[in-house]
Design a binder for this molecule. Sequence first.
Ligand code: HEM
Length: 434
Amino acid sequence: MGLPWIGETLDFYRAQQANRLFEDFVQPRIARDGKVFKTRLMGSPTVIVSGAEANRFFLSNEFKLLMGKNSIMGKHGEQHRHIHGLIASSFGSSSAESLVPKLSKLVQRHLHAYWSGQERINLYEFTKNLTFHIVFECLLGIDVEPGMPEIFERILEGVFMPAVMIPGTKFSRAMKARKEIESLFVRIVRKKKEELEREILEGGEGGNKEEEAVLLLRYVVAMLRGEMTEEEVIDNMVLMVFGAQDTTSFAIAMTFRMLARHPHCYQLLLKEHMDLKSRKREGEDINGEDIKKMSYTWKVARETLRLFPPIFGSFREAIVDIEYEGFTIPKGWKVLWTTYGTHFDPEHFPDPTSFDPDRFDEAKPPYVYMPFGGGPRVCAGSQLARMNILVLVHHVVTRYDWSPIHPDEPVTSDPLPFPVHGMPIRISPKRSVD
Ligand code: HEM
């Protein structure tokens, strides 16, 4: 359990910062103590569990045994299911496809604005800004106003700072930024509510076909039905940005890194996109059907997410004593499941440290491949992340030649992983296109 109170927190943080949580913290303890071991992190006694069976047990039994700590607004049971359903159903297969043209236009607009005439791009920062716009414009259905990304950045800077309300500290600036966002969102939500009420009064059903997938509308409908409060709607909108931005940006940065390191895979991927493009008429854009044809690219992205999961795992809390594999996990203890427990297990992924997209030709058993988590709290935005990755890769590789400036750029975490230099790449327009 390590030292009193602090336990093994410092070792944990050091390993996490170096992006070596598995190698330096989890693996040596598994080797010594087995796949279920205890430690103390940030004052809390914690059990770290590994393996598909543990993932299934701890992620699917949540409502009976465990509570998610950083949940959607800390909601549980029925209320959590409702909000999760609202978000995830924005990407039911038909809605997901209908988002592609809008997403594709947005990606091209950003490439035009930020890549044209440039020789060097900071890929991580670019995708962060792009994802911000995608969440607002494609998911929520809100236009990004000037200054909004910066306000969110300020909130993020304060999230893991000590809660000190002294003017000038990162935390107090973050709190101020949070208030600014709240008043902005209140204005947007109330305007939408008024529009919808007016439409309903005029005999409409509230919300036209085109807007079906747009989450803001779904939230406001839920508000009108008394299923969500205004505060819940706004907090969930804020959460959406944080859930999406750093995760997707890291996934995209690492996908490009893996492509640069594996030229053979890059050639196969490039062919997939060039073939797709060659079947299009001049100026014709990609659509939802085309996404399904990017199967090799999705294997590359999945393999990247296996090796570089943006979220390495997450904490749950035992709300009753739990019996698991002959151990008792006492009520109040934390349970940490990690992707590493299965992602690096040779039983499921032979030669686990090697990069092999074709390993996804075979379906994996449940609770083995876990970059998006599992159970009721599985990532609500995984479909959006998938489209974001595929559409961006398509437009980049069909228009640009590119190469990383620091092929071995280290990855650090704060607390989510990112490439230390923001993954600068050298770019030049492909001569045959544009
Ligand atoms: C590659 C990109 C992404 C990765 C790797 C990722 C990963 C995850 C993981 C592992 C969880 C589960 C955490 C837990 O078990 O406690 C999660 C939850 C969540 N994610 Fe994502 N995510 C990504 C993108 C997104 C995007 C684009 C959105 C939104 C637009 C999003 C919204 C959410 C939300 C709302 C939850 C909470 C679900 C719930 O508690 O019911 N994520 N994500």
